[in-house]
Design a protein around this ligand. Structure first.
Ligand code: ATP
Ligand code: MG
Length: 466
């Protein structure tokens, strides 16, 4: 037998084996074929992997500001009787197509949609659709007459990244299901104004409008198309297409030529029914009574299809945010729950962009300093250090113990770097005497404290200092 008689089948079977193994993971297959072998990639330190463009890390050094912002929202909304809801990050694509609207920017251009085992899935671009789906799926309407929910979490849109515009961004939002009156609209707008004030934002621009109900919108749509039709040639390509599919969207277009034409368009206000009008007037009177600043802009429309009647938006800090200065938006969506297969249920909600709020506020919230740092020299000291750390944590202190086994100098340098309030030094002498050296780093004092008294000693000195 000549060598190639067995070499060729052997190579062939190896290739086939490799195929069957790799085909279980198409991503890995693709990486291998493109030369990006995962093992060699991990080794290629000159060319480290970077985050997806428009998706940002929030490092521990930034977390203080995030917690402060999220905490301000939580406190304000929980005080107003809202309860947190957490819905999945991934939902059926159809949910967003039906809820947000097939011809909106979000659904047409921005969704991270994919197929998995013949199921169309989307990484959520917004929170209202998922909340409404959960409200219906769990028959919440049958359990309570009104539901007040809030959420905080990441949203995903395939947009062109810019300052204040990302592909993964965070929203804090709320939904009220089961209340049709303008009272909760006014309350929500006032609550939000209060949150923005608590965040230190001044001169926020609260803009409100009414889109009317379904009847109003149908009549308005007809008149709008009549007005736009003669300008068709000058409209942007997107807007020309939307003239047939969704003419209202044209009023929300950012293209300069569309804006110019829209400026002369009829406004929804001229078409409001007496009931729509009364709802809007009552909202205004309530805001007046609350003293919440606002202005009415009859041209305000927003990017999602589900809105009815009350619509609002808040702009802030244009000096820092530029054109993307809308920090939050919301409105009524009285038809959405029914459109998604639930019973007729009035509802209103909003969503605020947390990155934009952080840019707008530029607050400098340091993270909490460490209470106690334990410097331990040698294994025996580390053993006692670990026990002491556990006791201190149980007593309510934050405490870190140095288990690196480095010099006392580098351990104390670390305690300064952490801005610890106290440091405890544990070495052979301290263990033998059962007396520890306790440094109060803020007061620059040092004392010797019996091991059994350390927790009590720190309870006195540190608690007294705060
Ligand atoms: P814009 O007109 O700026 O694109 P939008 O109408 O798409 O905003 P909504 O869907 O109403 O925004 O979302 C509410 C808020 O979420 C916005 O006011 C904004 O603060 C924030 N937001 C929306 N998209 C992004 C994004 N890509 N990156 C960061 N924040 C965003
Ligand atoms: Mg957008």
């Amino acid at each position: 037998m000549r060598p190639h008689h067995f070499v060729v089948p052997l190579i062939l079977s190896l290739v086939l084996l490799r195929r069957t193994v790799t085909s279980r993971c198409p991503q890995l297959d693709r990486m291998r074929h493109s030369g990006d072998n995962p093992t060699s990639m991990a080794r290629a330190t000159q060319n480290p992997i970077q985050a997806v463009r428009g998706m940002n890390d929030i490092l521990p050094s930034d977390i203080g500001r995030w917690r402060w912002l999220e905490g301000t929202f939580r406190t304000a909304f929980e005080r107003a009787g809202f309860h947190e809801v957490r819905t999945p990050i991934v939902e059926p694509t159809n949910l967003f197509v039906r809820a947000v609207g097939e011809t909106t920017d979000v659904v047409e251009k921005e969704m991270y949609a994919f197929e998995r085992h013949d199921e169309g899935l989307t990484i959520r671009p917004e929170g209202t659709a998922g909340a409404a789906r959960a409200y219906i799926e769990h028959s919440i309407y049958a359990k309570e007459p009104i539901s007040r929910w809030y959420y905080i979490g990441p949203m995903f849109r395939g947009e062109r990244p810019a300052k204040g515009r990302y592909r993964q961004f965070y929203q804090a939002g709320a939904e009220i299901f089961g209340d049709h009156g303008p009272g909760c609209d006014a309350e929500l707008i006032d609550l939000l104004h209060g949150v923005l004030t608590a965040l230190g934002l001044v001169n926020v621009d609260v803009i409100i409008n009414s889109l009317g109900g379904a009847e109003t919108r149908a009549r308005f749509k007809e008149e709008l198309v009549k007005y736009l039709e003669p300008h068709r040639e000058r409209l942007s390509t997107d807007s020309q297409r939307r003239l047939a599919s969704n003419p209202l969207r044209i009023l929300d277009s950012k293209a300069p030529q569309d804006r110019e034409i829209s400026a002369g368009a009829p406004t929804l206000h001229e078409f409001l029914t007496a009931e729509d009008q009364a709802h809007f007037n009552e909202l205004r009177q309530m805001l007046d009574r609350l003293g919440t600043p606002y202005r009415v802009d009859p041209h305000l429309v927003r990017g999602l299809d589900y809105y009815t009647r009350t619509l609002f938006e808040v702009k802030a800090a244009a000096d820092k945010l530029g054109a993307g200065d809308t920090v939050l938006g919301g409105g009524r969506y009285d038809g959405l729950v029914e459109d998604l297969g639930g019973p007729k249920t009035p509802a209103i909600g909003f969503a605020a962009g947390l990155e934009r709020l952080l840019i707008a506020t530029e607050s400098n919230q340091a993270s909490d300093p460490l209470d106690v740092y334990i410097a331990a020299l040698g294994n025996a000291a580390q053993r006692e250090g670990l026990v002491l750390a556990r006791d201190l944590r149980a007593a309510g202190f934050s405490c870190e113990v140095d288990t690196r086994g480095t010099s006392i100098k580098s351990q104390l340098r670390r305690s300064e770097g952490l801005a610890a309030r106290a440091a405890i030094i544990l070495g052979d002498a301290e263990l033998a005497e059962k007396v520890y050296a306790v440094k109060n780093l803020a007061a620059h004092t040092q004392s010797k404290v019996a091991a059994v008294d350390v927790v009590a000693h720190l309870s006195q000195t540190l608690r007294a200092a705060t």
